[in-house]
Design a protein around this ligand. Structure first.
Ligand code: SF4
Ligand code: FES
Length: 242
């Protein structure tokens, strides 16, 4: 039987399973904490720091990232204290300076009253990527391919294929595209070909032998077929016609 703890979030008591994070418990109970680098299918990493909350344990109060912080007996959490809001505002101000054209960032920043970045923007090239690393972690942890990684340091840090060349290990599954919180990854399926522009790759899409729709990259299907030890031709028919 799983052990439970009792904690207080924004003045209200909750019971939660030990091992859950503050973010998970808050979300389960309808308390919204903003996140950018969080995805339930991927191990938390604490990259964006937008999910900060204030926690009090005994006589000590501090700011922590709720996506990484496990619940504890007697913990007191404040998800929107003045200190928390100040922290988030500062982060969004920085993100807006880097991604000034990005709708996701602009909307989030506006929620906190930040409409113009107060940091100098010339340090950053116009960019939609907040370097949260979700694409890299999805490729590694969910797909098991590791076609991309975070390269360079400081403001030049970015997700990229090895040597900034074409991502030769990429199978075109598009997981990176689907998890990216700011839509920084550009992918298109057109005329039977999938292109992922950020990694300089393109893939032939498989045509269903029954209905004729293009439904998934051949390289991805072949990767799954081999991993699952499925017979040749298993993916000739799309899931809708199966
Ligand atoms: S491309 Fe998207 S998912 Fe990848 S690091 Fe940048 S913002 Fe995160
Ligand atoms: S969601 Fe917790 S640090 Fe990004």
């Amino acid at each position: 039987m799983s052990e439970t703890v009792t904690l207080t979030i924004d003045g209200k008591k909750y019971t939660a399973e030990r091992g859950r994070t503050v973010l998970q418990v808050a979300t389960d109970n309808g308390i919204r904490i903003p996140t950018l680098c969080h995805n339930e299918a991927i191990e938390p990493y604490g990259a964006c720091r937008l999910c900060v909350v204030e926690v009090t344990r005994g006589s000590r109060t501090r700011i922590v990232t709720s996506c990484l912080y496990p619940v504890e007996e007697g913990l007191i959490v404040q998800t929107a204290s003045d200190r928390v809001i100040r922290n988030r505002k500062m982060l969004l101000d920085l993100l807006l300076a880097r991604c000034s054209e990005n709708e996701v960032i602009k909307n989030l920043a506006a929620e906190y009253g930040v409409t113009q970045p107060s940091f100098r923007q010339e340090y950053w090239e116009k960019n939609d990527c907040i370097v949260c690393g979700l694409c890299v972690r999805a490729c590694e942890q969910v797909v098991g391919v590791s076609a991309i990684s975070l390269v360079n340091r400081g403001i030049s840090k970015e997700p990229a294929p090895p040597f900034l060349e074409k991502a030769t290990d990429c199978i075109g599954c598009g997981s990176c595209y689907y998890v990216c919180p700011t839509h920084a990854i550009k992918m298109e399926d057109k005329n039977g070909v999938r292109r992922i522009h950020n990694w300089k790759v393109e893939f032939k899409l498989k045509k269903c032998s029954k209905c004729g729709i293009y439904w998934a990259p051949e390289a991805q299907l072949e990767y799954i077929r081999r991993k699952a030890d499925l017979p040749v031709g298993f993916f000739d028919i799309c899931p809708n016609c199966r």
